[in-house]
Design a binder for this molecule. Sequence first.
Ligand SMILES: [Zn+2]
Length: 224
Amino acid sequence: MSNFKFMEIDQLLKELDKYSFKQLHLHHTWKPSHKNFNGQNHIKLQEGMKEYHLSLGWKDIGQHLTLFPDGKWLTGRPFHMTPASIRGWNTGALAVEMVGNFDLPGTGVYNELGYDRLKGRQREEILKLIKYFIDKYGEDTIVFHRDHPTAGKTCPGTSLDKRELIEEAKKLDKNHWGEKYYYNLAKKGILLDEKRYDDFMTRAEAMALVDKIMDRVMELIKEK
Ligand SMILES: [Zn+2]
């Protein structure tokens, strides 16, 4: 049995907040491509990838996340584990495979499944993740597989331009000024369940927050 789990982007970003990453690695699967996706076979395609990766002698599926053509996210290798993503740059990376062959016709390595474009929901979702990385870690942390000098690949596809994706992501809604405090608290181990930046706090919520802070402070004292 696999532990693959579907995640909505908000839930995913909240989960990612518990970790610290150095880079976001972007790949296309090349195979399977959009043609292999029928709208329902997410798990099956993911299992196929895992099987292939195990056959290469890897200890698990290579990537942390797979993004399907319908914009759905499926988890793969646990986030706390180093991915099999880009040799030499794996430590501290978050590895994402986008299902599709995003090479332009006539470029990259041919496969009989044809060429796809990163568009619609799939594009919107990857932009949200890119935006999250830009805001939290800076735009230099966005890495294409082909950026590595010895990658020898077009991955994530010659139709994709990193600069263009970064600029597009930056145009997504500007973050609330409270965002930075939310992340600062998360980094200190104080996770708030919801952002709701502009809502009033009830007395119960204030008590819950103080309690969380006290617990965390006690933990820190014990760690000393
Ligand atoms: Zn790749």
